[in-house]
Design a protein around this ligand. Structure first.
Ligand code: FAD
Length: 566
């Protein structure tokens, strides 16, 4: 039985539908073609960006020249005698200091000189020397300058001519990446001598990973200050001599140091990279230091052991002052690591321009860089690198201003955390992609993609572990220290697909966190997603270059490595 058809009803059979469906499919395909974003190509601007090393600013030329002159570009793998390599590397750092090319005094008088030098250090591959450099200037000397009195600063400046090395004894085995927020090492005021006694109370309190700790004569030591009344005042920094220069004691040959009484120096297990950098373990068994060892710009202890805090306005805890010490180091490490990635991208691009692929019967084979997959990788990673470098430069200039005016803003604090985890991890991703792309070439020493490039992994962990940086960004939002919408993010950012994607992911993450309540704080992946999405918004807000380059950033950063589901 077939029901009667209503007036005007059209009888549709599958063959009648075919033209409609075909037309619909054509319209959809045309729309997709019109809306498609062309794959990235290495055009003239991109090639110039990849190939050209930025000019070194006038104020940094002397220190960059000194690092080049005293640096060692030979392969890490060749340094079989590790002790000799460490001593050689340490003496290179002493030579850089002695050269006076960057006076320690500049940390107070011209903070921009150190910060602006960092993007240019990655052009040579002496990661050990570069780590010594940032530890010496940022962490060690930077702490004395930032937290020390004028007299302590002057005393520090006097050590430079002799090439004395210092280390930053902050991290402890137990507290690990949370060192600073917590500390087990103690510095107890001793009423009989009027000084402090520094003690490692348990194995977990042993200082760990201390760069240059095996060869340094002095250290800045993080310890819990116990005043004359036995009150624990929390983490403070002490500047102390830990060794006297003495030839041939610590290491079997060459220039070693002799630890002073109360200090035991060991070494972390053999590393896979950065072998000419010594990473020490330090134990203190009743190390006696004078009262003046306490870096006393913001807290003092008088002859009777009475404690007085003089925190800067707006700062409630000594921990915050201490952690602010790590800010410059974070920017330096990030820009340095991005510089390393840029240099490796440039070298690899040059190789791909020379490598002729199988020509078969043709007179000439294609150059490797002419393959679309290769070209696209360089275009995307080069352009995304440009966005990272421009963001890092904007944060760095903010930091320079803050140091000059002695007024740190939350926006700068956040920028330093973001630039640290974003820049260093992007460099690791870039290096890993280059290793994949270049195939067997990556195994050759001349590619520089071997052990020396692992410096990027080290910078992910050092001076504020990347995971902790991400958690800090989110916890500052939760605690109301940072605004919900990051500063400088405008409607223009949201006009880009990458901006919309990041904004949606950010809003979605915040919504999920709100619904989860307190449980959200234990959801590490959710917190990481929020931190990355917010970071992407900040990077896009800082970009002033070609808009098309944002597509590359979206492809290699916003969708990867933390895929965003919008
Ligand atoms: C080359 C190099 C040089 C260094 N130089 C110095 C120096 O000169 N002075 C100094 O004081 N320190 C230095 N460090 C130490 C560095 O700053 C880190 O503190 C150290 O690497 C922490 O290592 P760990 O194995 O104890 O980390 P762990 O505490 O064991 O953490 C390992 C990982 O666990 C995860 N994790 C840990 N805790 C948490 C948490 N609460 N929430 C979420 N995830 C978490 C993170 O992913 C982290 O990366 C250096 C490190 C390196 C690699």
């Amino acid at each position: 039985y077939a029901p009667p058809r209503a007036m005007g009803e059209i009888e549709l059979c599958s063959c009648c539908l075919t033209p409609y469906l075909t037309a619909l499919a054509c319209v959809a395909l045309a729309a997709l073609w019109l809306l498609r974003r062309a794959p990235a190509k290495v055009d003239a601007a991109t090639a110039e960006y990849i190939e050209r090393a930025a000019d070194v600013p006038q104020e940094c030329q002397a220190i960059i020249a000194a690092l080049k002159e005293h640096g060692d570009d030979s392969d890490e793998e060749k340094k079989l005698d590790e002790a000799a390599a460490v001593l050689d590397s340490a003496s290179r750092m002493r030579a850089v200091l002695r050269s006076g090319s960057l006076p320690l005094r500049a940390l107070a008088d011209d903070p921009g000189a150190l910060l602006r030098a960092s993007p240019h250090m990655g052009h040579s591959r002496d990661g050990a020397l570069h780590t010594r450099f940032t530890v010496s200037y940022n962490l060690y000397a930077g702490s004395v300058v930032g937290l020390g009195t004028d007299e302590q600063r002057e005393a520090l400046y006097e050590t430079q001519a002799a090439g004395e090395l210092g280390c930053f004894a902050f991290t402890e085995r137990g507290t690990g990446v949370l060192s600073g927020a917590a500390v087990e090492t103690t510095a107890t005021f001793d009423g009989t001598t009027g000084g402090f006694v520094i003690q490692t109370p348990a194995d977990s309190a042993q200082k760990n990973w201390i760069s240059q700790g095996c060869v340094a004569e002095r250290a800045v030591i993080l310890a819990d200050l116990i005043d004359g009344e036995g009150v624990r005042r929390g983490p403070h920094l002490f500047w102390a001599r830990i060794a006297a220069p003495a030839k041939g004691t610590m290491f079997k040959s060459g220039e070693g140091v002799e630890p002073v009484a109360g200090v035991t120096v060991g070494s972390v297990p053999r590393k896979t990279a950065l072998r000419s950098l010594d990473n020490a373990t330090l134990r203190f068994d009743g190390l006696r230091v004078e009262r003046e060892a306490l870096l006393a710009r913001f807290a003092t202890v008088d002859e009777c052991g009475a404690y007085k805090s003089m925190l800067p306005p707006g700062c409630k805890r000594m921990e915050d002052v201490l952690l602010s010490r790590l800010l410059t180091g974070r920017v330096v490490l990030s820009e340095y690591t991005l510089g390393v990635a840029h240099n490796l991208l440039r070298r690899s691009w040059a190789y791909c321009g020379e490598r002729e692929l199988w020509r078969g019967s043709k007179p000439r084979g294609k150059k490797m860089r002419e393959m679309s997959n290769v070209e696209r990788t360089f275009a995307d990673y080069g352009r995304a690198l440009a966005l990272h470098e421009s963001f890092a430069a904007s944060v760095r200039e903010d930091v320079v201003k803050c140091i000059e005016t002695e007024a740190f803003t939350q926006c700068t604090f956040e920028g330093c955390c973001v630039v640290k985890f974003l820049g260093t991890s992007y460099a690791v991703d870039t290096i890993s992609v280059l290793r994949k792309l270049l195939g067997s070439q990556a195994l050759f020493e001349e590619s520089w993609l071997g052990a020396s490039s692992f410096v990027a992994n080290a910078t992910c962990a050092a001076e504020g572990d990347n995971t902790i940086m991400q958690l800090k960004v989110v916890s500052d939002i939760v605690k109301g220290r940072a605004p919900l919408v990051p500063a400088k993010v405008s409607a223009a950012v949201l006009a880009t697909p990458a901006g919309r994607r990041a904004a949606l992911a950010y809003a979605y993450g915040l919504l999920r966190a709100t619904l989860k309540g307190k449980a959200a704080i234990k959801d590490g992946q959710l917190l990481t997603d929020i931190a990355y999405a917010r970071a992407h918004l900040m990077v896009l807000a800082a970009w002033r270059g070609p808009r098309g380059w944002i597509d590359s950033y979206e492809r290699v950063c916003v969708r990867f490595p933390t895929p965003i589901c919008f």
